[in-house]
Design a protein around this ligand. Sequence first.
Ligand code: NAD
Ligand code: ZN
Length: 249
Amino acid sequence: VDLSVKKLQDIVELLREAQHAWAFTGAGVSTESGIPDFRSANSGLWSEIDPMEVASVEGFLHDTPRFYEFWRWRFGILSQAKPNHTHHWLADLEQKELLQGVMTQNIDGLHRKSGSQAVYELHGCYEQGSCIQCQHPYTIEQIFERAQADGHPHCDQCSGLLKPNVTLFGESLPEAFYEAFVELGQCDLLLVLGTSLEVFPAAEMVPQVKHRGGRVVLINAEATGMDGLADVVVHNKLKDVIPALIEMV
Ligand code: NAD
Ligand code: ZN
């Protein structure tokens, strides 16, 4: 549907012209690695699970065992997932110096695993965690071990509660988020892939680049509220777009 060669050529052209291109990715780049996204119609996670129970600070503090029950299930999926064509393509573009790197809302670590060097994880990564009181670091496996008894993992040092280093709703953002925003000051092309652009402030990146005169390419299966800001919009699955682009670059 609506995937014209002309659009693909335009994307390649924009990539070649750009001096400081960045990719900005969301859960849609990882659905083809078997990780469900949040908001895809029907299949998204939030169609079945209340995000406030398992992805908010209140949910985490109010019902920690429920929070870890969900994350243990999710961990099973995340830890099995492998990078796909989109992750590999972005790593390759960086290698070819057509892309500076990737800014991602994903917490699955797949951009780093595919070989991308410059990766801003705007919402953290699930593999590491820490004590919410003393910040002592723990791996996610260490946290699950400590959660086994009663669903409340406690810090060995201070007995504070342990939390994965993923940004929950209601929580402040990691340093990497602000560093990425500074980096965007130079950005003249933002390649927006697989995101509903409904989570703020991350989605601010798009108008930010646009208002500074940069170009925006948006590839997403469904329409977003920011389609109007983009220079090129493609509404297709990445698996139907990226292999075609790989042939062209
Ligand atoms: P989202 O679920 O809100 O939106 C994903 C978008 O991707 C949807 O609009 C959907 O139509 C599109 N999409 C799904 N599969 C696609 C495909 N194969 N090709 C093209 N488009 C596809 O996700 P978001 O915008 O990233 O926002 C949400 C939050 O979800 C982020 O803060 C992120 O931390 C978190 N999240 C991360 C993961 C992960 O790490 N893999 C998974 C789920 C949610
Ligand atoms: Zn502690």
